[in-house]
Design a protein around this ligand. Structure first.
Ligand SMILES: C[S@@+](CC[C@H](N)C(=O)[O-])C[C@H]1O[C@@H](n2cnc3c(N)ncnc32)[C@H](O)[C@@H]1O
Ligand code: SF4
Length: 451
């Protein structure tokens, strides 16, 4: 991809543009959704449906400087054990509202670092989950694994409980970069953990790596990607490092003057991208690569790729329930978010109530705009006929929405016979283009360039 000054002018490098894992995005949730709505939405799930379940574990043994996730460090097991008790109580509460015959199309444990749970806690928690709802026949049980925070006993427990997709955090293999971002992790360690995961028959392996890190150069990212390719991950998330030291204080430890320029970020992404493509991976959306036989690549091909709070997904379930502090749930009616702090969350659960403190009830054009944004983020195009089929909307209204975005982005967004299309060279602008359909985003200068 050549460096296009137009990309910079249109705001390519604006770190404040949402990643659109939901629409509206979480900062626009209000207090209109509470525990009663959440319970009512659960009760309205049709009997015998498949749903998705997310469990959040907001603890880590180490606090990597680069990490923008909300997580708390702990050296002892006490808070972790107490938190698992809260999750189990929350699961019991869920069971009391859940209709009959529900099974899980996806179960995901994320964080933070879910693998800091001991082997016993892993078994205990997984058994409790499956006593509430079993995994569906072709369901996926995935877990985020920090290679530094796992051992054979915990891997055995995860495998025994049916984990069939493991997601390992890599970030970068270069020791200089690892030192600068506060995350030591030898290549040999990651390689061994990947092998031990596979030895246990876990079918799929995901890996997260980052571009745009301090001291990262094209040769360095090429080296890291090549090392990653030796592990043959089925799916890779190549996230752009979000340097937001004003929000994430730990990032203040990272030397800002070692950060790549916006143009260098684009080159870093492109270097990594080419290597994945040469190795036969399919490019999925703005930041994922998958083996052609992986479910995500197949969903892209079939036009069923979706976006949820974990990023891209091939999960077809219309309901995603998030348990644990700060987790977000999605229902056909709207979004519900739990209290962010573990103390506040635990207090509500102990009182026999969900901790829902925020959310959003879908209204007006929310679902139409959400679908346009999702389609752009997943497929880089939107189909006019699909929108007309799916929503009670006039062709004129759709045309007006399309035209206003095209007016904003010129030839970076094409009107076609089918609908709208983001040309290949404008793909780095996808989040910015998606924002043109965001009725809640009132940022004045949508094209503010950070270059
Ligand atoms: C919630 S973390 C869990 C991973 C696990 N605890 C580990 O460390 O391996 C999931 C992923 O978020 C990504 N992430 C964290 N901070 C980020 C940032 N500032 N910018 C972009 N991605 C970030 C990382 O790639 C990380 O692997
Ligand atoms: S990258 Fe993982 S281990 Fe490091 S602070 Fe973030 S969640 Fe914790």
């Amino acid at each position: 991809m050549s460096h296009d000054p137009q990309l910079a002018r249109l705001g390519l490098f604006d770190a404040r543009v949402p990643r659109y894992t939901s629409y509206p995005t979480a900062p626009h949730f209000g207090t209109e959704v509470g525990p009663g709505d959440f319970a009512g939405w659960i009760e309205a799930i049709p009997d015998h449906s498949e749903i998705s379940l997310y469990l959040h574990v907001p603890f880590c043994r180490r606090l990597c400087w680069f990490c923008a996730c909300r997580t708390q460090g702990t050296t002892t097991d006490e808070p972790v054990r107490a938190y698992v008790q809260t999750l189990k109580a929350e699961l019991a509460l869920l069971r009391s509202h859940l209709p009959r015959g529900i099974s899980l199309s996806r179960l995901h444990w994320g964080g933070g670092t879910p693998t800091l749970l001991s082997a016993d806690l892993i078994r205990d928690l997984a058994e409790t989950v499956f006593s509430v709802a079993p995994l569906a026949a072709d369901g996926e049980f995935s877990v985020e694994i920090d290679p530094n925070e796992i051992d054979d006993a915990r891997l055995d427990a995860l495998a025994a409980m049916g984990m069939n997709r493991a997601s390992i955090g890599v970030q970068d293999f270069d020791p200089l970069i690892q030192k600068a971002i506060g995350r030591d992790q030898a290549y040999e360690l990651t390689r061994d953990v990947a092998a031990r995961i596979r030895d246990r028959g876990v079918a799929s392996l995901n890996a997260d790596i980052l571009y745009g890190l301090p001291f990262q150069t094209s040769p360095r990212i090429a080296d890291s990607v090549q090392k990653l390719l030796t592990l043959s991950p089925d799916r890779v998330a190549l996230y752009g490092y979000a340097h937001v030291p004003w929000m994430s204080r730990r990032q203040q430890m990272i030397p800002s003057d070692a950060m790549p320029t916006p143009e260098e970020r684009l080159s870093l992404f492109e270097t990594a991208r080419q290597l994945f493509l040469w190795d036969g991976y399919v490019e999925v959306g703005i930041d994922h690569f998958a083996r052609p036989e992986d479910g995500m690549a197949r969903a892209l091909q079939a036009g069923t790729l979706r976006r949820n709070f974990q990023g891209y997904t091939d999960d077809p379930a219309p309901v995603l329930i998030g348990l644990g502090a700060s987790s977000i749930s999605r229902f056909p009616q709207g979004f519900a978010q739990n209290a962010s702090g573990t103390a506040e969350h635990t207090k509500a659960i102990r009182a026999g109530q969900f901790s829902t403190h925020k959310g959003h009830v879908f209204q007006d054009e929310d679902l139409l705009r959400a679908r346009i944004i999702e389609a752009l983020m997943c497929d880089f195009r939107v189909s006019r006929s699909e929108l007309l089929r799916q929503f009670d909307v006039s062709p004129n209204r759709i045309e007006a929405l399309f035209q206003s975005a095209v007016a904003e982005f010129g030839d970076m967004l094409r009107l076609t016979e089918d609908g709208l299309r983001i040309p290949d060279r404008a793909r780095p602008l996808t989040r910015m283009i998606a924002r043109a359909f965001d009725a809640y985003d009132h940022s004045k200068a949508k094209h503010s360039s950070a270059v």
